[in-house]
Structure formats: C-alpha cells, structure tokens
Write a new protein. Structure first.
Length: 220
C-alpha cells in the first residue's frame, strides 16, 4: 500500500528553465550554448556541475551562489516556475488521504522558498542542507524514511532522475515514480533502466492519483 508520496523539487515540481538561464547570464554564456552543454554533460553520464567547469574551470558553485546573493542576484524561483500540474495534483492526493512531503537537494534559501510556497499543501519539507545529506547518498533517503510516519515500502518517491532519485530510493526500499520532463528524464526515458526500474512512469503528476489507487488495489 502506498500511504505517502514524497516529491523531488527540480524538474518535478519546479521548472528550472529560468534558473539555469540566469546561471548562463552570470557566466556570460549564451543561454542556448549553456543549455546545449548541459544536455551533453547529462548524456555523457557526468555530474551537472561539470557544465560550469566547461565554461569556467575551477568554478565553485557554493561560492558563486553567495557571490550572486551579495550583488542582489540570488537563485530564485516562485509560483510562476511551478509546473502547471503541481497544485491540482497535490490537492487530489491530499483528498485521497495520502501523506505528502517534499525532499530534494536544495539550499537553505531554497528550503525557505519551498516552505512559503507549500505551507498548507504538504506535511513536511526537507532539504539536503537541513539533513546534512544529499542525493544520491543513501543517507538522504534514510532521512526521508525517518521523517515520514510510514514504512519505506509505503512511501512513493517521485523524481526525474535515475541516478539521484529512482535508484537510491529503490535501494532504500521505496517504490518510485519517474516523471517524464526536464533534461534528465528526457534523455534517459527510453533507456533500459528507465523502463524497468521505476514502479511508475508518468508524464504528469496528475496521473499519480489514479496510478496509486491501482497499485493499492493490486496490493489487496
């Protein structure tokens, strides 16, 4: 039985197009060039942070985040960056009686933004900075299991990346849903792992309510 649903943030709830565009601007790189390099790095199975190294060797993402904040250009997202299906899906899942959470690799600042955006929509919001553990480390998902009041096998983790979301969540004993959007899922969607590993494959968060109900019926 699925009793709880926990969501990743970037490219699951939040469309990061604007955010990566501002990083291209910060680096002084055309946005389409930055996006092309981003896709190439992902397709090669490398860490997305390697993108910054390609344009500026030695680039320190933590330091540059602070540098942006210091000049009034901090990383930012708001209601307009949420995917259109987010609010309706959360409302439906809540109506279905499911426990809901948000947990992703996010900074303290991003965690504050998430809490402002989803104050009444979910039961808990946790970030890698809060927990001192980041995906794909298994410790991150152990933290998820600690804060959700159900067993790991009853927690559906929803994300857009095989390496960061699906594989470590499975290792932690959780069922998973891979959502088909954003650069990672788009590039990985037709791979063998993307076809066989997730419990669910969805094109929209709006599919979750019905798909979870079907899983739970099968569980009986």
């Amino acid at each position: 039985m699925i009793r709880a649903v926990v969501f990743d943030v970037g490219e699951c709830l939040v469309d990061e197009t604007r955010e990566y565009g501002t990083w291209a601007d910060w680096l002084g790189v055309p946005r389409h060039t930055f996006a092309a390099m981003f896709g190439a790095v992902i397709a090669q199975g490398r860490d997305y942070r390697d993108v910054f190294q390609e344009f500026e060797p030695g680039f320190d993402l933590h330091e540059q985040r602070q540098a942006r904040a210091d000049v009034g250009q901090p990383e930012h997202f708001d209601e307009s960056d949420l995917y259109d299906d987010v609010r309706p899906a959360l409302a439906q899942l809540r109506a279905d009686g499911l426990w809901l959470g948000i947990a992703g690799n996010q900074t303290v600042r991003a965690g504050g933004i998430l809490r402002d955006l989803f104050t009444d929509d979910v039961d808990l919001i946790g970030t890698s900075d809060d927990w001192g553990a980041s995906k794909p480390d298994l410790l991150f998902f152990e933290r998820v299991a600690e804060v959700v009041p159900y067993e790991p096998g009853e927690i559906l983790y929803v994300g857009d990346r095989l390496e960061n979301d699906v594989k470590p969540a499975i290792a932690a004993g959780m069922p998973t849903a891979l959502i088909h959007r954003g650069p990672w899922a788009t590039i990985q969607w037709n791979s063998d792992d993307a076809k066989r590993l997730p419990t669910l494959r969805i094109d929209s968060l709006g599919e979750l309510s019905e798909q979870i109900a079907k899983l739970n019926e099968q569980g009986h």
